[in-house]
Design a protein around this ligand. Sequence first.
Ligand code: ZN
Length: 273
Amino acid sequence: MQLWPLFLAARPSLAAPYSSAPEPPRTELSHPCSRQVSRWVKVQIEKELLSSANRSGVQLWPDACPFDTSQDIYAAQERSKKRGPWICGVCGKTFVNDHYLDLHLERRHADMLPSGGVCLADYCESFGACEDDPASSQRRSKRRQKPDCNTRGLHEIDKARDKCDSAMERCFPLDNEETRRLFAQNSKRWCLLALDCKVRQERWEQFQGEALPLDVLLIFIGLACSFVFCIMVCFVDYFDDIVEYTNGTTRTTRTSACNLRESPTRSKAIKQI
Ligand SMILES: [Zn+2]
């Protein structure tokens, strides 16, 4: 087990967070349940599902409900974290960023993970949260492959749908009118439509279509910059010719003006003759 990344990350002893030297490749988390994706799924569940359920009067969740975020396998560790600076609430060590604190929690405080905890990352497909970075999720989506609706892709989606359906049944018991209504509403939205391969393909195509104007705009800006650059190059190359031409034009104009000024005198002389 490599412990040096934790050793270096802990401050103030040997950490060097402000060094200008390139950072070595960081050690990634190794737990099979992605902590980052779980965090993102939790945000989506609280925003999209739990808040609407709370507004409908559902305040307490059945014990087996996996969407009850207190069942999250990382719930206790996340609660123990202190932010700005990042401090382990268990032992008090300080870290340069969230990643190294997560690494520390994984290595040193694994006993805080409950044996029967829920891996919220398992539901990322339903909530469109399988990216580990919410900020770059949309940006990456532009490069994402078209959803695979062949046999293998459908098999993966079927598994996600079964898991989603099972969770909805446990969270919204059918023996109560209000929870039965919430079950129908949420299972349709998150387990049926969100995991329908054709719908996902249509959304992907729509997203690509929305991304097109930006691409066109960038091409247009590129062409405009090239045009300006060509004009500047031509101007520099033919600067002498342009100056000479301008001076010549000015001289000709002055000569013409002189001729015009002389013309009345000439007319008078002609008359005297
Ligand atoms: Zn600690």
